[in-house]
Design a protein around this ligand. Sequence first.
Ligand code: DGY
Length: 324
Amino acid sequence: MAPKVLLTQLLPPDSQKLIESAKDVELVCWDKTGAIPREKFLEMAKGVDGIICMLTEKIDSELLNAAGPNLKVVSTVSVGYDHVDLNELRKRSILLGHTPGVLTDAVADITVLLVLAAARRIREGIRAVESGKWTWSQTWMLGVQFTNKTVGIVGLGRIGSATALRLKPFIGDNGKIIYFGRVEKPIASSLGATKVEFDTLIRESDVICICCELNEETKELFNYEVFKKMKSNVILVNTARGGIIRQDDLCRALSEGMLGSVGLDVMTPEPLNSNDPLLKFDRVIVIPHIGSATLETRTLMANLAIENVLSGVRGETLPHGVKM
Ligand code: DGY
């Protein structure tokens, strides 16, 4: 019998054709718009050999139990895999594939977009135009100039480095790039970036970009005590995972007048409630986790996820496997 693969959401057209053309697997798809409802997911996972899932789907013991003993591989169409319980996979010897590398440019682009939009008060500007409150004057809507500023990157991995590279021309030769991370990164020297302690980064940066993964060490790394130490006009951008910021503390800090402006592509929860306190602040720009959302990138990500799941169900090594 052909191995059965569950796909929890239709992929971009070329990738969908690719998975549908795989001869030696039986494909079952959730083909309605949006994330698969949990109950459907539990039901459809029963007896499958492989799953292609999205970051919206929690892969935990309940799901793995529902899937049963045939399941060999989970292939997420994302680079981050904090939605997957690695311990539960390990216990059952199930492999995990993800999609590193191919979304670096798209996410770095959106990080820079948020930095610029936050610095130049774009949300406020658009609101002023739309509400007819456009009162141009010399001192209206003044934003932050990047020249000579210090950019702090938290996590100088692929996305962090690509972000630093893009921001370098904005800060010019007299600007500084500093970074915080567990290890010294060889790429740092070509970027002219200096490794610093976390405390130094948050105190000295004019722009802070969160580009690290969410794990036990980075969970709620940004909290009230940290916000208190930041420059009063700092630009804080998070395109990594919402859980790296303690969001209640961010709202408290903003309401007490701390921080300059904030740009978020990720938050808690996702989707964010439309009456969330975060949305009250003009100087906070929130976009709906679209860092990797270009057709080219999503196609490449989906293709990697397909390679992973097909290798997994065929008993081969995953080309883009997570080290378990
Ligand atoms: C990922 O792949 O983890 C990204 O968050 C998608 O934008």
